[in-house]
Design a protein around this ligand. Structure first.
Ligand SMILES: Nc1nc2c(ncn2[C@@H]2O[C@H](COP(=O)(O)OP(=O)(O)OP(=O)(O)O)[C@@H](O)[C@H]2O)c(=O)[nH]1
Ligand SMILES: [Zn+2]
Length: 389
């Protein structure tokens, strides 16, 4: 085809929405450890994940900014560091910190037993207002599944020729909303399971981070009636290895068996490891839990909020499969609310219990007490499956 035939329309069909493209490229850059240029309020800022902050990189970044290079932290992280009064992201001048402190303050170096280095860390410098792009840079880091701790500074004029991607802060802030419900089916096939021979795996691509999300259609659910549905966030440790720290493996297996017995259901296996924070951050949180924190305290100590997950793309998956009317298998009130907000009809909820034991009792109690999960811990003893978790 000649170049004259290339219209704006054909280009758009190849590159899609410019705002999404910008954000997705920036997520990939941040994940790879490369700094990006954030445009905010008519100004340009250099931003990088603090996870890569060794002395050499800090010096290199410092040479490219035309003002103070800052370590920007979330209110949750600042609370863990003894500054509960901050409601917005705040910053520390890197020039007063050095790489070891940057690593400690950004929660990469969590000292061993009892959480030293997590709580009671002294800041080592005065907190200052974060640069205008600070909040967007933090959001970008979490979209990239990195720790929520970033290095930000105004771009020096001489650094304009850097081989860095430029992205509008607004593209990052809007990304979740823009991407949320854009999912499409890429492949599907029957996969017989031990407890449910008649299953079809339907793979979707899209949503936040353009990940692959799997719907397992168990049996032959009837879209004309309320269909049993489970939104299951991935838990590598629990689902696959039978970790005793949580109840996920039991919940997953009970779901499939229950749906098979009921004649049909739809299990959405969602790529949301670590409540959306990623497996690396979940292991950081587990390390803190070994040192005595509960599941939410650990996430907050790392700088995260209570729960990063969104479920609107799950509603879009169900719709594409033709299911609008569901009975949800969950103890999590937010999953029910999210599907209802997305316009699905949730006409019933079935509680889903896994085993309770010494290793997960604190986790379950924290979900009940901090996130309002419907968990009757006494009842768990009666409902827990007898084998493999
Ligand atoms: N960040 C973080 N994630 C965790 C921790 N422990 C378990 N998870 C994750 O928590 C999520 C649990 O997912 P689900 O079982 O679908 O959801 P739920 O919110 O417990 O709700 P229901 O099981 O539906 O009642 C998974 O993504 C796990 O990987 C932890 O200590 N920190
Ligand atoms: Zn789990």
């Amino acid at each position: 085809m000649s170049s004259s035939a290339t219209t704006a329309g054909t280009i758009a069909s190849l590159f899609g929405d410019a705002t999404l493209t910008e954000a997705e490229r920036a997520i990939a850059e941040m994940r790879a450890g490369r700094p990006v240029i954030l445009a905010e309020g008519g100004r340009l800022f250099l931003a990088a994940s603090a996870e890569f902050a060794d002395a050499e990189r800090l010096a290199a970044l410092d040479g490219l900014v035309g003002g103070a290079l800052q370590l920007v932290l979330t209110p949750a992280r600042l609370r863990a560091l003894g500054r509960p009064e901050e409601a917005r992201p705040m910053a520390l001048p890197v020039s007063q910190l050095g790489s070891a402190r940057v690593r400690a303050l950004s929660a990469q170096d969590l000292a061993g037993a009892k959480g030293e280095g997590a709580k009671g860390e002294t800041l080592g410098a005065e907190l200052v207002e974060a640069h205008a792009a600070g909040a967007a840079a933090l959001h970008l880091a979490t979209l990239a599944l990195m720790l929520p701790a970033v290095l930000v500074g105004p771009l020096a004029p001489a650094a304009l020729t850097l081989p860095a991607l430029t992205v509008r802060a607004e593209a990052i802030t809007r990304y979740g909303e823009d991407r949320a419900t854009r999912v499409e089916i890429v492949s599907r096939a029957p996969v017989p399971l031990l407890t449910a021979r008649n299953c079809e795996f339907v793979v979707f691509r899209g949503g936040e981070g353009m990940r692959e999300q799997v719907a397992v259609v168990v049996g032959t659910p009837d879209p004309a009636r309320p269909v049993l549905v489970r939104l299951h966030s991935a838990c590598l440790t629990g689902d696959l290895f039978g970790s005793l720290r949580c109840d996920c493996g039991d919940q997953l297996r009970t779901t499939v068996a229950t749906m098979a017995q009921a004649g049909g259901g739809v299990l959405l296996y969602l790529d949301q490891e670590g409540r959306g924070n990623g497996i690396a951050n979940k292991m950081r949180a587990y390390r803190l839990q070994s040192d005595g924190l509960d599941t939410y305290e650990a996430d907050e100590t790392l700088g995260f909020g209570l729960d990063a997950r969104r479920f609107d793309f799950a509603a879009a998956m169900l719709r594409q499969l033709g299911f609008e009317h569901v009975v949800l298998m969950t103890n999590n009130p937010e999953k029910i609310a999210a599907l209802s907000r997305a316009g699905l009809q949730v006409s019933g909820v079935e509680r889903l219990y896994g085993r309770r034991g010494a290793d997960n009792i604190r986790y379950l109690a924290a979900k009940r007490d901090r996130a309002g999960h419907f968990l009757d811990l006494e009842a768990l003893d009666h409902h827990a499956p007898a084998s493999c978790g």
